[in-house]
Design a protein around this ligand. Structure first.
Ligand SMILES: [Zn+2]
Length: 109
């Protein structure tokens, strides 16, 4: 990977980390414990519980993605990062951001 590409990749990863971190913070607020039944009524309580599990599922996904991005960011400076072990071509940066552990390009994987 060229220095310039590494720089851009780092910037993109940092931006995504920032975005995910603030999304996670917002979602954590909306996934707060559901109020007791008598305060909001049975049906809205069920709605609240349903919403909560939806929020929790996407919260989990975002946390996983965030962890991968942090790994990617810590590996970007390693020599040979972003180079396919098989064909020595550059691995697609989008692939690296989602799967920083990949050491092969899409064709060779
Ligand atoms: Zn390859």
């Amino acid at each position: 990977m060229k220095q310039e590409e590494i720089k851009i990749l780092k910037q993109e990863i940092r931006q995504l980390i920032k975005k995910l971190t603030s999304e996670i913070a917002q979602m954590e607020e909306s996934a707060a414990p559901v109020a007791p039944e008598n305060s909001i009524g049975r049906i809205s309580r069920m709605d609240a519980i349903n919403n909560k599990s939806v929020v929790e599922a996407s919260l989990r996904n975002r946390r996983k993605k965030l962890a991968k991005l942090q790994v990617a960011l810590s590996k970007v400076d390693n020599p040979g990062f972003g180079q396919c072990k098989n064909c020595k071509q550059s691995i697609n940066p989008k692939r690296l951001m989602l799967m920083p552990e990949s050491d092969r390009c899409i064709k060779c994987a």
